[in-house]
Design a protein around this ligand. Structure first.
Ligand code: SAH
Ligand code: SF4
Length: 387
């Protein structure tokens, strides 16, 4: 039997302590719990097991007890799309908040290149912030994702692209020619990850644990719109790579583009960046800058950008604006992006333009949005009562 029954709680994404608690409820004596946790982690995260039956290091009775009460379920796939450039996007349904209702929807995107593969994961359904150029920002926050749902996106993508030892992809076209098909994880999908701090931290602890999913923290990047007080905490508690959605170099403009700037303006944001732990030339902060025609793309902006970042070990990532229906902006002209990039290049930042990927399937930066809306309690009661 495939242990993907979503009505049972999944063990994917549980901390070691919580997993030990699971074994306690199943009657495993305390002295054996640590070993059981290590064994199950290995089967889940190193081998990608989807069935307890395969975990032959466990006794038959224990496997049966696990199967009766728990699952190894990942989020449920509603649709999977492949772009003409090989980018893949999955629309995923999460478990419902109330029995008898439909769970909310999120998106996860996989971007293969020749020698690397980047998985872009979501941290929230919708977003509380409303950056004016971002499609996700037009969707109100429905809820935070749990650690299970955050780690589950990685598990599911690895299932789909056959990224487990000894497993082949169903459709290997366009996958990188390296042993691991997902080499990098970016928290750049739906949501503001620092507004779901604990759950994102707990999921990334599993992603980076050497006996977990074993991604180096250098290959995990959290992108934030600039939740300044959480940046030092993230440095202390997770210390992954950091990306900052800067997008404007003057407070009046950034207030409009990234409204969180009204709370924490550019100077405070950059000060938090300077203090981020263990920065060096080998470990730099990425500054993201979306190219909006006639809004933030003059050469004076480029020079100011370079001036602002002086002294911070930084990479600059110019992102051509990805359009979405009804967006109030246009992408800068290509010549303008090149001129802007030249100023940035001359200041010593190599290859700063991010090539748009997956635009045809609305999988590019800032295009993600799902139909889920937050229901009012009264609506939920009606649905739950319906036959
Ligand atoms: N909430 C986080 C992470 C998700 S967004 C943040 O804002 O950083 C990932 C990146 O895509 C951010 O830099 C975001 O500003 C950028 N982005 C949003 N909408 C975009 C669009 N339409 N075109 C290009 N980039 C966009
Ligand atoms: Fe939210 Fe990031 Fe989009 Fe801003 S850019 S609305 S913070 S997801």
């Amino acid at each position: 039997m495939h242990n993907s029954d979503i009505t049972k709680p999944t063990l994917i994404g549980l901390s070691r302590n919580k997993l030990a608690g699971v074994f306690a409820t199943l009657g495993v004596p305390e002295r054996a719990r640590r070993m059981r946790v290590a064994q199950v982690w290995n089967w889940m995260y190193a081998r990608g097991a989807v069935e307890f039956e395969h975990m032959t290091v466990l006794s038959k009775e224990l496997r049966a007890a696990l199967g009766e009460n728990y699952s190894l379920a990942r989020p449920e796939i509603v649709t999977g799309q492949v772009s003409t450039d090989g980018t893949r996007k999955w629309l995923l349904r999460l478990a419902p908040d109330k029995p008898g209702t439909q769970g909310p929807l999120i998106e996860t995107v996989y971007i293969p290149e020749a020698t690397r593969g980047t998985l872009c994961i979501s941290s929230q359904v919708g977003c509380t912030l409303s950056c004016s150029f971002c499609h996700t920002g037009t969707q109100k926050l429905v809820r935070n994702l749990t650690p299970q749902e955050i780690a589950g996106q990685i598990m599911l993508a690895r299932d789909c692209i056959g990224d487990w030892p000894g497993v082949e992809a169903d459709d290997p076209a366009g996958l990188p020619e390296v042993p691991r098909k997902i080499t990098n994880i970016v928290l750049m999908g739906m949501g503001e990850p620092l507004y779901n701090f604990d759950n994102v931290r707990d999921a990334m602890a599993i992603a980076s644990a050497s006996d977990g999913l074993a991604y180096s923290k250098r290959r995990i990047t959290l992108s934030t719109s600039g939740v300044v007080p959480e940046i030092p905490r993230w440095g202390e508690q997770a210390n992954t790579m950091l990306a900052i959605s800067l997008h404007g170099v003057r407070d009046e403009l950034r207030d409009e583009l990234v409204p969180i700037n009204r709370k924490w303006p550019i100077a405070e944001l950059l000060e938090a960046c300077r203090q981020y732990p263990s920065l060096s030339n080998a470990k730099r902060i990425t500054f993201e800058y979306v190219m909006l025609k006639g809004v933030n793309d003059t050469l004076a902006d480029a020079k100011e950008l370079v001036r602002l970042l002086a002294g911070i070990p930084a990479k600059i990532n110019l992102i051509p604006f990805n359009p979405w229906p009804g967006a109030p902006f246009e992408c800068s002209d290509w010549e303008q992006i090149e001129l802007f990039a030249e100023v940035v290049n001359r200041a010593g930042y190599a290859s700063p333009v991010r090539s748009p990927r997956g635009r045809d399937i609305m999988a590019a930066c800032g295009q993600l949005k799902s139909e889920s809306v937050k229901q009012r309690a009264s609506e939920r009661r009606v649905e739950a009562a319906a036959p």
